[in-house]
Design a protein around this ligand. Structure first.
Ligand SMILES: NC(=O)c1ccc[n+]([C@@H]2O[C@H](COP(=O)([O-])OP(=O)(O)OC[C@H]3O[C@@H](n4cnc5c(N)ncnc54)[C@H](OP(=O)(O)O)[C@@H]3O)[C@@H](O)[C@H]2O)c1
Length: 292
């Protein structure tokens, strides 16, 4: 198959690599396409500038839109999830009839629920604010384009090289709120890639899937576990008001639809996923792991 990955970054590159290994022809599009995995054909273009999209590869079978906003500003979100999608589809118009499928990496942040309730593909996605609104607009543009479109709403992505939570714990900056349980949801980068690969090939694919691992967990549980693995004390417990922003989210995403479609998670739990990442981080920081 001939596959274009538009926004070929952290997830896109992992996907591109596994598609190349499976024998597909893959183009990785980004503004700066240096350093793409071996075998991926680089394409330098800006998704928001139509003049850079005039030489897209022809006869594509699959297009994956995996660009990210690269920042939380309103204009960045509009560019990444609305303008970029519109421009790309416009550029793909001449080959629309032969395209088999388009996929879009959206986010579970489109759900506003904060009461610990369970979320699935049928739950209302009504997050207020521009982040959810632009993501949902991008989804709608894709679904209404006329080519079978699959949206994968991903939870927080973690994986190799992404050490934010580990470093927060290691620096003693992690905090646990004292109140009731607050659930967080995550997915390993390689499961993002694996799920996209699976959904590309799935015969009876549906328009929407959640991309999450097997179980939501309290962020505190993950932080405590990481602290134990590194031999540090548990993060201090603080009042809810003092807890950092990510700890205020609280929903439980259910990934049953993806699993029932035949996908097997490579990293069902955070423990499975973080083992290798911790090792990678510890090797990199061997000299400075002990906190003074
Ligand atoms: N990170 C999370 O926890 C999370 C959670 C839920 C959903 N998601 C979604 O999952 C997807 C993949 O995330 P990721 O972590 O792989 O993102 P990433 O590493 O930031 O990669 C995004 C890629 O998009 C490219 N890009 C951005 N704007 C572009 C533009 N105007 N034209 C061309 N390329 C552009 C960037 O490359 P250049 O800068 O070189 O152009 C970058 O390589 C994104 O859609 C993201 O919104 C992420």
């Amino acid at each position: 198959m001939r596959v274009l990955i538009a926004g070929c970054g952290y997830v896109g590159s992992a996907l591109a690599q596994e598609l190349v290994q499976a024998g597909h022809t893959v183009w990785g599009l980004r503004r700066d396409p240096q350093g793409l995995p071996e075998g991926v054909l680089p394409m330098a273009a800006d998704l928001t500038r139509p003049e850079t999209l005039q030489d897209l590869p022809a006869a594509l079978d699959i297009v994956v839109y995996a660009a990210s906003s690269g920042g939380r500003k309103e204009e960045n979100y509009r560019a990444a999830y609305v303008d970029g999608v519109r421009c790309l589809l416009e550029a793909l118009e001449p080959q629309k009839t032969s395209l088999k499928r388009v996929l879009f990496t959206s986010s579970t942040s489109v759900y506003a629920q904060q009461d610990g309730s369970w979320i699935d593909e049928d739950s209302p996605a009504e997050a207020s604010g521009f982040t959810g609104a632009f993501l949902r607009e991008g989804e709608q543009i894709l679904w209404s384009w006329g080519v079978p479109a699959v949206v994968l709403r991903l939870a927080g992505i973690y994986g190799p090289g992404r050490f934010r939570l580990i470093e927060q714990v290691a620096r003693g900056e992690a905090r646990c709120p004292a109140g009731e349980a607050r659930y967080s949801n995550r997915i390993h980068r390689d499961d993002c890639a694996g799920a996209l690969h699976h959904l590309m090939m799935l015969p009876d694919v549906q328009p929407l899937y959640l991309g999450v691992d097997a179980a939501p967990v309290e962020l505190c549980e993950v932080q405590r576990w990481l602290a134990e693995q590194m031999g540090f004390p548990h993060p201090p417990v603080v009042s809810d008001d003092e807890a950092p922003h990510p700890l205020r989210g609280n929903k439980r995403c259910r990934g049953a639809r993806l699993l029932e479609s035949g996908y097997t998670l490579r990293y069902p739990s955070y423990q499975d996923g973080y083992k290798g990442i911790l090792q990678e981080w510890m090797q990199k920081n061997a000299a400075s792991v002990e906190r003074g």
